[in-house]
Design a binder for this molecule. Structure first.
Ligand code: NI
Length: 179
């Protein structure tokens, strides 16, 4: 199963809106999903959007097991999510450091909705609907932004809180994931 190159900030494909997946349950769709899962695993990411490997489709994968280093962090179920929609629940936002596989070594402080509902479809075309909060909600918002051609720096209110992880080491947790 091929690990695909992840496009980086500046590649025009990362700023294009992606198209809805029209056909489910096809060999082509499963092959693309497998490439995405393999690429995410190879990069130690917790999420990946199809446009990050040059496929302009509304398809994301994500997931993270419970991490004993972050007992307070919401686990993120292993998920294939197609044609997603996000609805915020309430107005509450919270900020946290984010990383992105398309911006290697960079980190930024990004506010996101704390509580959301998201809907979409799995690879077989079965609808799903979930509520999410905290880190799980953050990962979904970050990935769905990729489908609209938005990268996390575009969500940052204060560019002074953007930089290389090594330089920010005093303030950014080393374990900040990329997705
Ligand atoms: Ni990303």
């Amino acid at each position: 199963m091929p690990v695909r190159p992840v496009l980086r900030l500046g590649h025009p494909a990362l700023s294009q809106p992606a198209k809805a997946v029209a056909e489910f349950n096809t060999p082509q769709l499963y092959a693309l999903i497998q490439d995405m899962l393999d690429t995410m695993a190879a990069e130690n990411g917790v999420g990946l959007a199809a446009p990050q490997i040059g496929e302009p489709l509304r398809l994301v994968v994500f997931g993270m097991q419970d991490n004993p280093r972050y007992p307070d962090r919401e686990p993120v179920p292993a998920t294939v999510l197609i044609n997603p929609r996000i609805t915020p629940i309430g107005d509450e936002q919270e900020g946290d450091w984010e990383g992105c596989l398309s911006l290697p070594e960079l980190r930024g402080w990004v506010p996101r909705h704390r509580y959301i509902t998201y809907t979409g479809f799995d690879a077989e075309g079965r609808p799903m609907e979930r509520e999410a909060s905290g880190f799980h909600a953050r990962v979904v918002q970050h990935e769905v932004d990729h489908l609209d051609g938005i990268l996390f720096p575009q969500r940052m209110p204060d560019m002074r809180r953007f930089g290389y992880q090594q330089e920010l080491a005093a303030t950014v947790d080393n374990g900040t994931e990329s997705y």
